[in-house]
Design a protein around this ligand. Structure first.
Ligand SMILES: Cc1ncc(COP(=O)(O)O)c(C=O)c1O
Length: 397
């Protein structure tokens, strides 16, 4: 099929929930993808921070093939080896206590919302069911995760929202203090707000949230769906702050492109759930867990993470060297980089795609650079050359 064939069929048969670029991607290798008409693109979207090891990574192809030949799916009625091995790995890599597996970031956050509420219910404080999240946050599209998401545009038309959420301002502890009451059970925060514009949490803010949660006897949830699994140059973004959340939600890069999500929790909060409280048919299936284990074996290595940081620094420097006067700010950590412009970037991103570079926005004025974590310098150079070219064309508009 050509690009046009796919577009035609999508228009006719796929529910229209996405604004898509007019290309159908058919093949990927490393940091490159190709469309149905044979055009090559440097992929600095990576499936939105998912394909951490690039496309068709041989170690992941091996892991999935071997597991596919063994056992794909059973049910959580039974134990399965890849699941328990992955759980053991996640516990050893976080120092937390227990894992719940699911299939996506939104589901990991749903699990966290349910867990913190059920914890207090079980401990005879059912009235403690309110959660603080932050303006400009993004936690997913299911009803609970959506209610946690502090952006009105995502709520529009979906009323009534799930009750029990209040929104504070990011990096503003006093706005959090104002919302504290004896009904509070948790605070959920992204260490870097991804969809909200690549906004970094300050050290004092995160430490303050930790202190508030400890003081109030409530749970601190880190949504590491986008920042987790090496994206910021540490395996988990919380490591940048020298503290630990009580609950970490993760997905995206965990499966390197195969759908899997997880909620990893401290032992003390794990008692919130008992058998029957929460479940999912696919969560933690052998195929997904085998791939995720292979991802963590590679990304979890210190040398690999050091390279993420080095490549991130190189990318930031290369972006700074462009020196375009419309660039207001370049910010991020590791390979989660946002370039903020003084105007909306939709047309700039379209120009990049036309010229062979895939990029995605983060809010109206920010272009997000989220290449595979093992991107090479030469690929960064290529992306920057295309970006510069697109900036020139954008200028002449
Ligand atoms: C921080 C964060 N949380 C949750 C989600 C939702 O994840 P999913 O799309 O896998 O449901 C996203 C997706 O972009 C995200 O960036």
């Amino acid at each position: 099929m050509t690009n046009l064939d796919s577009i035609y069929k999508a228009e006719n048969y796929v529910l229209s929930t996405y604004n898509r670029f007019p290309i159908s991607l058919v093949k990927g290798e490393g940091s490159y993808v190709w469309d149905a008409d044979g055009k090559e693109y440097v992929d600095f979207v990576s499936g939105i921070a998912v394909c951490a090891l690039g496309h068709s990574n041989p170690s992941l192809v091996k892991a999935i093939t071997e597991q596919a030949q063994q056992l794909w799916h059973i049910s959580n009625l039974y134990y399965n080896e890849p699941q328990v091995l992955l759980a053991e790995k996640l516990i050893s890599l976080t120092g937390l206590g227990k894992v719940f597996f699911c299939n996506s970031g939104a589901e990991a956050n749903e699990a966290a919302i349910k867990l913190v509420r059920k914890y207090f219910y079980r401990h005879n404080e059912a009235g403690r069911n309110e959660i603080i999240s932050f303006n400009k946050s993004f936690h997913g599209r299911t009803m609970g995760a959506l209610a946690a998401t502090g952006q009105a545009k995502y709520h529009e038309g979906f009323a009534p929202m799930v009750a029990g959420f209040a929104y504070a301002d990011y990096n503003d502890l006093s706005s959090v203090e104002k919302l504290i009451s004896d009904k509070l059970c948790a605070i959920i925060v992204e260490p870097i707000q991804g969809e909200g514009g690549i906004n970094l949490a300050e050290l004092g803010f995160i430490r303050g949230l930790r202190d508030i949660c400890t003081r109030e006897g409530i749970w601190l949830i880190f949504d590491e769906v986008q920042t987790g699994v090496g994206r910021t140059g540490k395996l988990w973004a919380y490591e940048h702050y020298g503290l630990k959340p009580d609950i970490i939600t993760m997905a995206k890069a965990l499966g390197g492109g195969f759908p899997i999500g997880a909620m990893v929790v401290a032992d003390k909060v794990a008692s919130g759930f008992a058998p029957g409280d929460h479940a999912t048919t696919y969560g933690g299936n052998p195929l997904a867990c085998a791939v995720a284990s292979a991802v963590l074996d590679i990304v979890g290595e210190t040398e690999f993470l050091d390279k993420v940081k080095a490549r991130g620094d190189y990318l930031v420097q290369s972006l700074k060297d462009i020196g375009d006067s419309r660039i207001r700010d370049i910010r991020g950590q590791g390979l989660l980089i946002g370039v903020e412009f003084s105007e909306e970037v939709g047309d700039l991103i379209k120009l990049c795609v036309d010229k062979g570079l895939l990029l995605v926005g983060a809010g109206p004025n920010v272009v997000r650079f989220i290449p595979p974590l093992n991107v090479k310098e030469v690929e960064i150079n290529k992306a920057i050359a295309i970006f510069k070219d697109a900036l020139k064309a954008w200028q002449s508009n």
